[in-house]
Design a protein around this ligand. Structure first.
Ligand SMILES: NC(=O)c1ccc[n+]([C@@H]2O[C@H](COP(=O)([O-])OP(=O)(O)OC[C@H]3O[C@@H](n4cnc5c(N)ncnc54)[C@H](OP(=O)(O)O)[C@@H]3O)[C@@H](O)[C@H]2O)c1
Length: 367
């Protein structure tokens, strides 16, 4: 902790605009307080979505700024414990969790166990517990320092990819034999495609012109099409729409084209929208159903299969991290950017929708 601590704040009314400002740092820690020094974090469209729903879902409340015009866009990453007055949380320990883009974060540690702890700060009650938990890497048997970049990028997303597929598979894909995936170049989408590799469903990717070559190169989908080709896709096969784009116009076109063949519309993301318009009178066919990972986890809890599910998930997730950065044929190129000034530029490109899908952005905090 130092008096040169800084933070990157986002202008709520224009997510591409940011401001680097001093980060208030405590002088003396109270009982239970811990200072986390952020080391590396990822930036993807998911972070822009957090900000886009900052008021609607409460993400702006998680890391208050004291200035109504600005919010802290949450990110996922790794930090080191810089100071601690919480028994069981040792200085120097490496943690993974949810952070503001700031040099340091002061948390009030509670529920400390060998595996991690939670931040009990009252403003964090705005979001589910999963966002407030810090994992102690030393106790995570799947943690690998060499895979930190892949983990920072994909861990927040792959849980959704994996639970979505588990939920759809459990429902027999609602009778579908084909899954049409929008924003197929997104990490959440191709994580799901990876999980579906052995299922008896055809995977059809929809993507923008500039990401098409990248999606084709992944080899994760059976076919790849541009958004302008929806009306030319073959019909006559029971189809499920896995929607990462959240684009209302695209949804209408997909529904109109597939008509009665469309069995289910699973809404996961909104890369191309900042509102979930599910009640659309112009929509033909099934109403979109928003997917929550909790839907899948609650079902396993009720059946007593949650433990087994987590074991399987964590092993498959570790294998996925290795796969995406496999030096022999990596799915993406991870690019490390240095400092909050660089983070501001990455945020701007993501907000403008001009990032290269072939690159995964990691920000390192210089010390
Ligand atoms: N429901 C959940 O719990 C949950 C969990 C995780 C993620 N998500 C959501 O899944 C979505 C994908 O996130 P991600 O981090 O995986 O994305 P990502 O890897 O950063 O990929 C983003 C893709 O979205 C499209 N895109 C982004 N910005 C755009 C813009 N301004 N205009 C047009 N297209 C744009 C592009 O794909 P195309 O060219 O292929 O369209 C781009 O390659 C986000 O909306 C995220 O919030 C939801």
């Amino acid at each position: 902790m130092s008096d040169t601590d800084r933070r990157l704040m986002t202008l709520k009314s224009s997510l591409r605009e940011t401001l680097i400002a001093p980060n208030p740092a405590p002088t003396d820690l109270a009982e239970g307080e811990v200072v986390l020094a952020l080391d590396r974090f990822s930036l993807t469209t998911n972070n822009i979505t957090y900000a886009a729903y900052g008021d609607a879902i409460g993400y702006w409340k998680v890391f208050p700024t004291g200035d109504d015009a600005y919010g802290m866009m949450p990110v996922w990453g790794f930090a080191d414990v810089a100071a601690s007055r919480a028994p069981g949380v040792e200085v120097g320990a490496r943690v993974f969790g949810y952070f503001p883009m700031a040099d340091t974060l002061l948390v009030q540690a509670e529920k400390v166990s060998r595996g991690g702890f939670a931040d009990a700060s009252p403003w964090r009650k705005a979001v589910p517990d999963i966002y407030n938990r810090y994992v102690l890497c030393a106790a995570d048997r799947h943690y690998s320092p060499a895979l930190e970049n892949a983990e920072a990028l994909f861990r927040p997303l792959f849980v959704t990819s994996y639970t979505t597929v588990d939920f759809l598979r459990d429902a027999g894909f609602f009778g579908a034999k084909r899954i049409v995936v929008s924003s197929a170049s997104s990490k959440t989408a191709y994580g799901a495609a990876h999980c579906l590799a052995a299922d008896d469903v055809e995977l059809v990717a929809l993507t923008g012109a500039r990401n098409r070559a990248f999606v084709e190169g992944l080899g994760a989908y059976g076919a790849v099409h541009g958004y302008d080709e929806v009306e030319r896709l073959p019909t006559g096969v029971p189809t499920l729409y896995l929607d990462l784009a959240g684009d209302a116009d695209l949804r209408r076109r997909v529904h109109a084209h597939f008509g009665d063949d469309l069995k289910y519309d699973c809404l996961v993301g909104s890369t191309q929208s900042d509102s979930f318009t599910m009640d659309d009178p112009a929509l033909v066919g099934p109403k979109p159903v928003f997917f929550f990972a909790a839907t899948c986890l609650d079902r396993h809890r009720e059946r007593g299969t949650l433990h087994a599910f987590y074991d399987r998930f964590l092993a498959d997730q570790a294998a996925f991290f290795e796969r995406v950065v496999d030096p022999a044929s990596p799915w993406i190129r991870i690019v490390e950017h240095h400092g909050l000034e660089a983070a501001a530029l990455v945020v701007r490109d993501l907000a403008d929708g001009v990032s290269d899908a072939a690159e995964g952005a990691i920000i390192r905090i210089a010390r």
